[in-house]
Design a protein around this ligand. Structure first.
Ligand SMILES: CC(C)(COP(=O)(O)OP(=O)(O)OC[C@H]1O[C@@H](n2cnc3c(N)ncnc32)[C@H](O)[C@@H]1OP(=O)(O)O)[C@@H](O)C(=O)NCCC(=O)NCCS
Length: 202
């Protein structure tokens, strides 16, 4: 990355997922998605998450995006309705390091959206932004999120947990780091085609 500002606008596509910029007309979907107990429990979102919170969220998101401070994209399968969100923030160009986060609409979980979106953005961060240390911070009680991390090639670093106090009590966030290079999506697709052919023969 030549400049210290993260690219804006940005669309990332791969493996049935389109990550796109948030738009003002996403407000209703955003509020419905973020006003949810699991998101309130495991993320720093305000709860209840109402229209006012949604307007402030989209405004802050836009400011961070045009300022190039973070990448914050809606997860979609076709570029239209947002089904979740994936972010890249806390970028340290000196250390070539950044943190990522994700969430998925309660009605759209367990269909690979978080892991697909995390893989896509991790791959972009490594390949295009040349960030070599990608981190996640996850409470070990969040089994869904730790499963996503493991699925995408992240591993526990063994660093001391980060202790936090929130509205749901204390939490201890473990640090996970991407240790496996994200597969080249084209090569991955070809491998998937090959394995599908193989399965057909057996
Ligand atoms: C955690 C969360 C993002 C997972 O999203 P998702 O789209 O359902 O995840 P995926 O479908 O990509 O699942 C990836 C893997 O995790 C597993 N998984 C997902 N949710 C799980 C759960 N609640 N319990 C156990 N395993 C789970 C899937 O089975 C899949 O397993 P695999 O590796 O065997 O294929 C979603 O539950 C969520 O938004 N939670 C609230 C917000 C949150 O916790 N964000 C992360 C903060 S660190």
């Amino acid at each position: 990355m030549a400049a210290s500002r993260l690219p804006y606008p940005l669309t990332l596509t791969g493996d049935g997922i389109i990550l796109r910029e948030w738009r003002a007309d996403d407000l209703d979907d955003l509020v419905r998605m973020l006003d949810e107990p699991e998101i309130a429990r495991w993320s720093p979102m305000p709860s209840p998450f109402d229209v006012e919170a949604g307007i402030a969220y989209l405004k802050r998101c836009y400011q961070n995006r045009v300022g190039g401070r973070r990448i914050q994209l809606a997860i979609t399968t076709d570029g239209s309705r947002p089904l979740g969100e994936v972010t890249l923030f806390g970028v340290d160009l000196g250390l070539k390091e950044a943190e990522l986060g994700y969430l998925v609409d309660a009605g759209e979980r367990r269909r690979g959206l978080a892991s697909g979106a995390l893989s896509l953005l991790s791959s972009y961060a490594q390949g295009s932004l040349h960030l070599s240390r990608l981190l996640l911070r996850i409470d070990p009680g969040n089994v869904g999120s730790t499963a996503v991390a493991r699925h995408c090639g992240y591993r526990l670093t063994g660093e001391p947990p980060i202790l936090q106090e929130g509205p749901h009590g204390s939490s201890r966030l473990d640090t996970w780091e991407l240790v496996e290079r994200q597969p080249d999506t084209r090569r991955d697709r070809l491998r998937n085609v090959a394995s599908r052919r193989y399965r057909r023969r057996t």
